[in-house]
Design a protein around this ligand. Structure first.
Ligand code: DAH
Length: 341
């Protein structure tokens, strides 16, 4: 059996003690401390255990000294471990004391719908009560639905490239199927009538796009509400009644609706719809009796059915109700503005 010199045994022991003590002191979390405990104090393979085995290799005469020093080292290491353990537990108590369950909690900020979305929901509700179903159409349209079927011929200035967001047609294929971002929700009238047989009573709410410079009353994207009612016997009086009922539901009984003669290719006669509410008249959109050419374009017989249509600006309605002066506010997404609604 090899004999280990006392000097070597003692210096190894000192080094082990120093390493172990500093490892315990440095342990900043319970799992780190536990790993150090296993490394140094582990009952099976701990480094102190190995040192203890080394004790048996020390010369018999040196054993009392070596044994005594070993016990001392063991105590030191164990003490360092206990201190570190208490220190970590103490940290925990400090944290627990910092948590005061009687303090009011931090409130989470809850968002809500954008004012335009809220308006869309409300308008949809009102028209649902008046018996109108909701229809949807695509924001990328073809010229048939945005113009042609609405009685807007190629020569019409509304089709000017400077007044529309035309999209380049996909390479090859039907070059005559020019696409654009829809400039009005009247497109949905066509899409609905192409599929449905009268009677038809729908509203459609959504985005439209026009290359306008943004100012207090214009924005290149805005929302419209489109209405369409087709049946055997529908009159301008029905149109006015529906719009009046709608406006007084949305703004209140004191609202007045006024028609001014106008022109739209897809209605005959056509009117501008103005509303007065707590002050002067403001223009809300257009309306009229659906032009026979439009009815024909979708395969309806103008001798059989008749109807009215209208299109109003959603932002305008919302701005009127809340006294908002500048349409751009809706799209800046400044929470200080949005959270007021
Ligand atoms: N589409 C028109 C516009 O964007 C508004 C409009 C006018 C819609 C008359 C209609 C209507 O349905 O009958 O200016």
């Amino acid at each position: 059996m090899t004999v280990v010199a006392l000097d070597k045994f003692l210096s190894d022991l000192d080094q082990l003690t120093a390493t172990a003590v500093s490892a315990f002191q440095a342990a900043s979390a319970a799992d780190v401390l536990e790993a150090a405990r296993v490394e140094f104090l582990g009952a099976k393979n701990g480094r102190l255990k190995k040192s203890q085995k080394g004790l048996s290799h020390v010369d018999k005469a040196d054993k009392p000294v070596a044994g005594k020093r070993f016990n001392q080292a063991k105590q030191d290491i164990e003490a360092a471990y206990e201190t570190a353990k208490e220190k970590l537990a103490g940290g925990g108590t400090e944290q627990a004391a910092a948590f005061d369950p009687t303090e009011p909690g931090r409130r989470r900020r809850l968002g809500h719908g954008h004012p335009v979305s809220q308006t869309i929901e409300e308008l949809t509700d009102i028209f649902a009560r008046l018996g109108f179903n909701v229809a949807e159409g695509p924001e990328i349209e073809d010229e048939w639905h945005n113009f042609e079927a609405l009685n807007i011929p190629p020569s019409h200035p509304a089709r000017d490239p400077l007044d529309n967001f035309y999209l380049s047609t996909a390479g090859g294929g039907a070059a005559d199927r020019q696409l654009l971002l829809r400039s009005q929700t009247s497109t949905v009238q066509i899409r609905v009538m192409e599929k449905a047989t009268p009677p038809v009573r729908i509203v459609s709410l959504g985005r439209v796009y026009r290359p306008d410079t943004a100012d207090a009353t214009h924005y290149p994207m805005f929302h419209q509400i489109e209405g369409l009612m087709i049946d055997r016997k529908v009159t301008m009086a029905d149109l006015k009644s529906v719009l009046r009922m709608f406006c007084s539901s949305y703004l209140g009984e004191e609202v007045h609706v006024r028609f001014r003669p106008s022109f739209f290719p897809f209605t005959e006669p056509s009117v501008e719809v103005d509303m007065s509410w707590h002050g002067g008249w403001i223009e809300m959109g257009g309306a009229g009796m659906v032009d026979p050419n439009v009815l024909q374009a979708v395969g309806y017989d103008p001798e059989e059915v008749i109807g009215f249509a209208f299109g109003l600006g959603v932002e305008r309605l919302c701005a009127r109700r809340h006294g908002i002066q500048d349409i751009r506010e809706f799209f800046k997404n400044d929470v200080r503005f949005l959270e007021q609604f």
